[in-house]
Design a binder for this molecule. Sequence first.
Ligand SMILES: Cc1cc2nc3c(=O)[nH]c(=O)nc-3n(C[C@H](O)[C@H](O)[C@H](O)COP(=O)(O)OP(=O)(O)OC[C@H]3O[C@@H](n4cnc5c(N)ncnc54)[C@H](O)[C@@H]3O)c2cc1C
Length: 510
Amino acid sequence: MTDFAPARPETNGRPAPFSEFLEKFRARLAQVFHVRTDFDKLSLRRGLPPFVLREIMACNPLSVCIPAEYGGRGGHIHESLAMLAASSYESLALSLTFGINWALFLQPVAKYGQEDVKAAIFKRFLQEQNMGGLMITEPDYGTDALNMKTAYIEHDEHFHVRGVKHWGGLTGWADYWLITARRRAEDGNLLRDIDFFICDVNSPGQEIVVEEYFENLGLYLIPYGHNRIDIEVPKTQKLQPQSSGIKMMLDVLHRSRMEFPGMGMGFLKRLLDEGLDHCKKRFVGGKSLFNYDQVQQRLARLQASFTVCSAMCAHSSKRTAIENDLAGLGVEANAIKTVLTDLMQEAAQSLLQLVGGKGYRLDHVAGRATVDSRPFQIFEGSNDVLYAQISETLLKLMRRAKQKNLFHFLQGYDLTKRAAEYFKELLNFEVNLQLPQRKLVELGRVLGRIISMELVLKLGDLGFRSDLISGSLAMLRQDIDSLLTTYAFANNTLVVEAYEENSSWLSLVS
Ligand SMILES: Cc1cc2nc3c(=O)[nH]c(=O)nc-3n(C[C@H](O)[C@H](O)[C@H](O)COP(=O)(O)OP(=O)(O)OC[C@H]3O[C@@H](n4cnc5c(N)ncnc54)[C@H](O)[C@@H]3O)c2cc1C
């Protein structure tokens, strides 16, 4: 029996204070990963030994994400973000496991699930440590998810859903899935809208066949694979959109993207702590690495990323409550997701550089962090595509406002008002409102970082320590400055397809 056993270890039906829960959860993770096991060695294997998972789940971390009326801790955003951060300090994959459960299953079910099924589902999460994930992606429809081919037909008692899905995080492990599909009309065509169905794989007729498990490059803890869907789902298990299914999907995905900072937070803090520790202890050329200027530059950037992520957590805590409709907040959600995941990958690469050869091992936190953080730039919207979308949306707003000058527009735009003032000169140009895609991406990188700067300024207002705020503003200003130079450089080079003729250096020198 652990001291966590009930979801709400309470007096008079009230849960123990969150700070107490969090402290115990952190202590449990540290004990499991550092005392009872050597996580660096453990991370060479796929999955987790059952006792490790049992110990962690005994803390009932997902109770934090479940509404109080169903016996959870209330689903408060800041608490769930803090739970993710505590997890990612030890393991990014563990944090992603909880992030999937929270943002891609529990929140959508809490918001859009039918009352008839919610209580039983939350009970199984709280009492039987069930897990849930989301399947959107299909082999031929990833970025192009709206054209998915998984289809459903409505019968009197149930929906029949058929299709193929891959890369769903927790493949073969989750007890529940949200499965997206399009309605097949009587003429055989698929309608445009997307619907979500809860699949309970332990119920007859709802089993999902895993046809292949993938050898994913990183995130060894999480199984991925190829799934065949042919299930009959009771009508009560269809999510109920407030308007269209596509708007519901946007609300779910935007909320999830804005909650990425919970996973980034502990991860970046761990890399910063590891970097500081390593560089202080490692002597090269007779002096501590910590005293080399280039090393200081890398550590300062790591620290600045930690601060940017803190700003994003503080911001998302206020914005992503499930009662808010986030379908229209694409710019904000995409900026947070892209900039954060770029910073996570950069931080991992930078720590690996600082640690040197020793870091290039899967059983070293730096090597593992590099492969574990890489797919964050791909899933839930490829960063290239999301950066372009940020620009497209803002250019549309500029067109509508009949404003071509970027500075004047950003100065009046809610997410960039204060940060834009730092770039009065640099942003004082007219934007071509018909930009080629590569320029949309480059501009999106700039805009994402200006929005991030705005969030850092707001974090400063809240009283976050000022030296860290200045350090992160300096990093973002430098990045924005150099990205604007890239943006201003006209380069329309196209790839030469049949490039092998007359392109051998060897033939030129022999
Ligand atoms: C570790 C991991 C976890 C995942 N977890 C889940 C999950 O839990 N549930 C789920 O449903 N899916 C999940 N996915 C799938 C993920 O969301 C898709 O891989 C992603 O949407 C990209 O789709 P795709 O792989 O088909 O690539 P594609 O759609 O083929 O895109 C590949 C690349 O092409 C480029 N590209 C694509 N479209 C455009 C465009 N319009 N303009 C310019 N460039 C473009 C981009 O560089 C993009 O990265 C996961 C994937 C990974 C790797």
